[in-house]
Ligand binder design. Structure first.
Ligand SMILES: [Zn+2]
Length: 340
């Protein structure tokens, strides 16, 4: 069975200079102004947005970067846009094929075109029908489990335990209904290397270097503002999900990001951050590779890998259930290289 990826979070304090806006209120995301005409929608705990979404107006046209897990939350985004006095919405970008970044596509009018890489579109077309069938099988039970924990919880509501319940409950609730609510809308336009959208206020660049977090990723860069929207090539204080991509190519992507002028990063999950997030992600991937190599050298059984303790510096990161899965993947990559 294909693993279904996903996640979210955001209770981190950010040191960047951003405006937390009261202009638009949603239970699902927080609207954050990164600059004039540049916004992030940061997923909230307990909400159904799941991933972060970017909004960029170049003075002539507006582009949305990713579209949330839930079509209902994407509709909220459309409502927010009406209040924001932006240039006409022309494009929605899918940074990659994972469900939490693409399932809002269907709410945008036909004249708003969806952009992805060619491979991402192929992956969406192949996997979405299968994933939605799988979700019908496993998601309702998981939702019931987290819902009962939520309803019976008596402890500290600021505790990590409660925050975990708040994270996963709406995720599984949304997946439980995906077969009813989701009508997969495939991308219309493909960008496989570089595409510029020049406007009077700024240049918007879409950039792809292919495989990384998945078989194909796409980022949005604002060179005049030094702002980068990374999709899931960067998670902030959350374990990324690694097995659908390539660790070595993901690190190449991060080296490329390090070559760009960047003041502010909107990651796929977690709060807004600075350029430091690039090295944090690279260090995480390198740590995985080293741990996998050590396990291989010790001849440890692969069955034991997922019980290995998370390194201290990543213990507080969210989505900790991904660590063992990531380590197993890194081990298998290492083993394959040794055999060849
Ligand atoms: Zn992803």
């Amino acid at each position: 069975m294909r693993l279904i990826v996903l996640l979210f979070c955001t209770i981190f304090l950010c040191s960047c200079r951003v405006e937390r806006s009261d202009r638009f209120r949603s239970l699902n995301f927080e609207l954050v102004e990164l600059g004039e005409g540049v916004y992030s929608c940061i997923h909230k705990f307990g909400g159904k947005a799941i991933c972060n979404v970017g909004i960029v107006d170049n003075g002539e046209e507006t582009i949305i970067f990713d579209s949330f897990l839930s079509p209902d939350v994407a509709k909220e985004l459309l409502e927010a846009l009406k209040e924001m006095d932006l240039s006409p919405l022309k494009y929605v970008v899918n940074s990659h094929s994972h469900n939490d970044h693409i399932r809002g596509n269907q709410v945008f009018p036909n004249e708003v075109k969806i952009i992805s890489t060619t491979r991402t579109s192929e992956l969406i077309e192949k996997w979405e029908p299968l994933d939605i069938i799988e979700e019908q099988k496993f998601a309702p039970d998981r939702y019931s489990y987290y819902d009962s924990l939520y309803n019976s919880f008596k402890g500290d509501k600021l505790s990590r335990e409660y925050q975990q319940i708040l994270m996963w409950r709406p995720y599984y609730e949304t997946l439980s209904n995906s077969h009813i609510e989701v009508k997969t809308r495939l991308p219309d336009i493909f960008v496989d290397s570089v595409q510029n959208f020049e406007g009077p206020n700024r240049r918007i660049q879409l950039l792809s270097k292919g495989q990384g977090h998945t078989e194909s990723d796409l980022i949005l860069y604002l060179p005049d503002d030094e702002i980068l929207f990374t999709g899931d090539l960067i998670f902030n204080e959350c374990h990324p999900y690694v097995p659908h991509g390539s660790i070595s190519k993901w690190k190449d992507w991060l080296d490329f990001m390090n070559s760009l002028d960047i003041q502010t990063i909107m990651p796929g999950h977690g709060d807004i951050g600075t350029k430091d997030l690039v090295d944090h992600m690279k260090n995480y991937l390198t740590n995985l590779e080293i741990s996998a190599r050590n396990i291989y050298l010790k001849g440890q059984a692969i069955e034991d890998i997922e019980s290995i303790e998370i390194p201290a510096k990543y213990k507080e990161w969210w989505f900790d259930r991904f660590y063992g899965t990531n380590l197993r993947f890194a081990y298998e990559v290492h083993e394959k290289e040794k055999v060849q």
